[in-house]
Write a protein that binds this ligand. Structure first.
Ligand code: ZN
Length: 499
């Protein structure tokens, strides 16, 4: 980018002069686009966002060829291992999580491997303009819980990259066993409650500042169909007592809905309502399926109503749905009902610009209507939606008093196609490479398209090695003894030439 030195000096006032600034208009209660706008910040706070600033400043950042937006809030970001290896163009077969794996001992990946994955995944978030993320682990590789060292490790990596993080221990009262030979569930209620306790303890440590000012805790019962009624009630009570949110994968598949109807006599949303755990502190991720409307898989009107009335948030992760040929058909419907929708990346590549684009297009396709979901809708969800779930009015927006979480996107590239509207340009045309500079708490975490102190080629090399390790693990799980090459064939036969 164009400004001189980026490093923030305490007490120094910085002005960013933009081509367009997306500022938050408190009176209108929404974003506005200010042509030739300016953002002024001191330390971690925005002093001014809007038109020209009259006050004195210590330094200037010339962003007159940039779009200046608030940092994006990723509501569901995978932090660790490359499960994308399992996704595109492979049959979604059963045949993993065999009993011998679930009942075995020890962690599948060690701290070094987990750190390599986290560095690669979180670096992608920085590159795409994310400043706050809610992390998840790939639980497919956990026998039951995550490891005690995991959240602190993610906190360390987030701190090193300068991101604002919401972290958890994940917990559950049962785990599935799925392979070619059997389909079973192991239940251990006490283990679920121990997991909650461990997570509560981690949240308390975050609240006490153990991991610094940008690391926060959330409760995370893992999935609706692996958490007992008791554990859900206890989670909700603990979240209210701690004053934090909780998240849960919910209504991810038709099978989950059918199982819940069979087991509880209620759909997932009806069950959570019955337990009294819906509310503004809850974010249900995915919520793709419900009792079904007219032969479809979606939510019935009363289920949408239950989410809206309770103030429950929905986390939408459109990119990963595409792998399975799936669509959330209710994005527009949720928003029209007044449900807070946030957006998350869920898998590789952690590109929130792409995620916004897919969300907008998926919303149109789902309703077969060009205006069903717009660029404005998805930009709101990727900023204000995530912030609202986190109970924060100081992120996801640029206004006096908000956090200096600021993203500069180049408007002068071949990829940032000019339109009459920079938000449409961003959502429908921009490339992640157009994101040039990112500030979190006023600290530069991306400078002129590069992450200070990160060698991307070296990082990519470590991620490749890790994916080889992941493939080995999956190879070991195959009940029919197939090799990794057999299970995950390349698109075309590989010709190996010897040197
Ligand atoms: Zn997920």
């Amino acid at each position: 980018m164009t400004g001189a030195g980026h490093e923030r000096t305490p007490g120094q006032t910085t002005r960013i002069r933009g081509r367009h600034v997306v500022a938050f208009d408190t009176e209108q209660g929404g974003h506005v686009i200010v042509e030739g706008g300016e953002v002024v910040f001191r330390d971690d706070r925005v002093l001014h966002a809007g038109g020209p600033y009259d006050g004195a400043v210590d330094r200037e950042i010339d962003a007159r060829s940039h779009l200046v937006i608030p940092g994006l809030v990723d509501a569901h970001a995978l932090m660790d291992i490359g499960i994308h290896l399992l996704l595109w163009d492979y049959p979604r077969e059963e045949g993993y999580r065999p009993r011998r794996f679930v009942e075995g001992q020890g962690s599948v990946f060690d701290e070094r491997q987990t750190r390599d994955g986290a560095e690669a995944m979180l670096a992608m978030l920085v590159r795409s303009g994310v400043t706050t993320f809610c992390g998840i682990n790939a639980m497919v590789f956990k026998r039951w819980d995550d490891e005690p060292w995991e959240p602190p490790l993610y906190a360390e990596v987030a701190n090193r990259l300068g991101l604002r993080a919401y972290l958890s221990h994940h917990y559950r009262s049962s785990v599935p066993i799925v392979d070619d030979l059997e389909n079973d569930t192991l239940v251990d209620e006490a283990r679920g409650h121990d997991g909650l306790e461990r997570c509560v303890d981690f949240v308390r440590r975050c609240q006490a500042g153990a991991f610094g000012p940008r690391v926060h805790g959330l409760l995370f019962p893992y999935t609706q169909d692996t958490v007992s009624d008791e554990l859900l009630r206890a989670t909700s009570a603990a979240a209210r007592e701690l004053g934090v949110g909780w998240r849960m994968h919910t209504a991810q598949s038709v099978r989950e809905v059918e199982w819940t109807l069979e087991r509880h006599g209620r759909s997932p949303i009806e069950r959570l309502d019955h337990l009294g755990v819906l509310g503004p502190e809850a974010m249900l991720t995915h919520v793709l399926h419900g009792r079904g409307h007219q032969g479809g898989n979606g939510l019935a009107d009363h289920e949408v109503e239950l989410l809206a009335r309770s103030g429950t948030s929905v986390g939408h992760t459109p990119w990963i749905y595409l792998f399975g040929g799936r669509v959330l058909d209710a994005f527009g419907r949720y928003r029209r009902a007044g449900i807070n929708v946030a957006i998350g990346t869920d898998t590789y590549p952690g590109d929130m610009i792409q995620e916004m684009r897919v969300a907008a297009l998926m919303g149109k396709v789902a309703e077969r209507a060009a205006l069903a979901t717009t660029a404005a809708d998805v930009f709101d969800a990727a900023t204000l939606g995530g912030a609202r779930f986190l109970g924060r009015d100081d992120i996801g927006r640029l206004a006096p008093g908000s956090k200096a979480d600021i993203v500069l996107v180049r408007e002068d590239t071949a990829t940032f196609a000019p339109t009459l509207d920079p938000i449409r340009s961003l959502v429908y045309y921009a490339s992640i490479r157009d994101v040039s500079d990112v500030f979190v708490d006023g600290r530069p975490v991306l400078v002129n398209g590069a992450i200070p102190g990160v060698d991307e080629a070296e990082l990519n090399g470590r991620m490749s090695t890790l994916l080889g390790d992941v493939a080995d693990v999956l190879g070991g799980w195959d009940a029919r003894g197939r090799s990794v090459d057999e299970r995950f064939p390349t698109s075309f036969p590989v010709v190996r030439r010897r040197p």
